[in-house]
Design a protein around this ligand. Structure first.
Ligand SMILES: NC(=O)c1ccc[n+]([C@@H]2O[C@H](COP(=O)([O-])OP(=O)(O)OC[C@H]3O[C@@H](n4cnc5c(N)ncnc54)[C@H](O)[C@@H]3O)[C@@H](O)[C@H]2O)c1
Length: 342
């Protein structure tokens, strides 16, 4: 059994707790939450020990892994404190609000010789797992470029007032919903050698965080990727990732959970062969139980993958370095200088 401590029992921490109950080989040993009402809720729902003091949780011998589920501006302090107690850390996205803080977290994990993961749970959505499988099976040949999008309507969609505060989030749409698809894009593109971007803030006009961020990245082979992150996607929450190769392309999108592969035309054909994947279990369960069911499922898979890494194995989940690359890429466009006001 691997024993988990959960730091932060807010919106996401509560889903983490639910998913840890269902993760084979995992025990939820301790929950730390500074808000008294939330702490009482944790105590009433779970048999885990509870505390308001994270030093108490970090000093606890019954905790091997800490899930850091606090607001992003606290991640550096909380990760460094966990590593100082030789705990492995799975930290929610974004890893940090600045490049410097993200680097410091990675360095602290290396110094402590502890495993660091970044909570990019979309890697475990079945549509993403399917395009990974198709790419690895050679269905699209060699990767040429990646094109991704993540959007929601911004304002009314924010769960917390701090989501558009750069001092807490580190940026706007690119650091919020965008960071997930930046990670997915780099998951397929590989390490970026260049990234640059532009941004707009004319709709919500938060002043310091972009409504829309447009990012271009390139790897050392010259393959290119573009990402748009939006807080003005009036049709509602959605994301998609498209990977184009020399023999075809794959596309994953959500919601609903879908994936397709389209091959390059051969002979006299105008269009290449197409195959679609529907994931009926996800589509039905999500309708019955809400999108939270999908998140919990992805957390279970992500935690299993992280436990594999703690045991010395190699997983497909995002490492600390992946978290650092995503922050660096987002911040190359998600700052005021990139917003050109007329
Ligand atoms: N993976 C995803 O899809 C996803 C989605 C949304 C948010 N997130 C990320 O998850 C993290 C948490 O977001 P959230 O929406 O749950 O925020 P939240 O504000 O609902 O929860 C954070 C909790 O941390 C607690 N906290 C803060 N400092 C603490 C301390 N020192 N000791 C104990 N408790 C402390 C707060 O009281 C709060 O309850 C953020 O990094 C966010 O970006 C991830």
């Amino acid at each position: 059994m691997i024993r988990f401590g959960l730091l932060g029992f807010g919106a996401i921490g509560q889903l983490r707790a639910e998913s840890l109950q269902q993760t084979p080989g995992a025990t939820l040993s301790m929950i730390c939450e500074r808000d008294e009402k939330l702490l009482a809720l944790a105590t009433s729902k779970y048999s885990a020990k509870t505390t308001r003091n994270y030093d108490e949780m970090l000093a606890c011998d019954d905790v091997d892994v800490v899930i850091v589920s606090t607001p992003p501006n606290l991640h550096r302090d909380h990760c460094e404190a966990a590593f100082a107690h030789n705990k492995h850390v799975l930290c929610e996205k974004p890893l940090a609000t600045t490049n410097q803080d993200a680097k410091a977290i990675v360095e602290a994990s290396e110094k402590a010789n502890c495993v660091l993961g970044t909570g990019f749970n979309y890697r475990f959505y079945p549509a993403i797992a399917k395009i990974r499988e198709l790419i690895n099976a050679g269905e699209i040949g060699d990767i040429d470029h990646v094109r991704s999008f993540a959007g929601h309507p911004g304002g009314p969609e924010f769960t917390h007032p701090w989501v558009h505060k750069p001092e807490i989030m580190g940026g706007g749409a690119l650091m919020d919903n965008g960071i997930h698809v930046i990670d997915l894009t780099l998951h397929f593109l590989g390490k970026p050698t260049d990234s640059m971007g532009m941004a707009t803030d004319h709709t919500w006009a938060f002043g310091q965080s972009e409504d829309n961020g447009f990012l271009l990245m390139r790897n050392e082979l010259g393959n290119v990727a573009s990402v748009q992150a939006s807080w003005t996607e009036w049709r509602g929450y959605q994301f998609n990732v498209e990977v184009y190769g020399t023999e075809g392309c794959v596309r994953a999108s959500y919601p609903p959970m879908l994936c397709s592969v389209r091959k390059k035309p051969v002979g006299n054909a105008k269009r290449g062969r197409k195959k679609s994947y529907w994931f009926p279990t996800f589509q039905i369960k999500e309708r019955l139980k809400s999108y939270r069911w999908t998140i919990v499922e992805s957390f279970i898979a992500e935690q299993r993958d992280f436990m594999l890494r703690v045991g010395g194995g190699v997983g497909v989940g995002a490492t600390g370095i992946d978290g650092l690359y995503a922050v660096e890429a987002a911040r190359s466009a998600a700052h005021l200088e990139c917003i050109k006001t007329p």
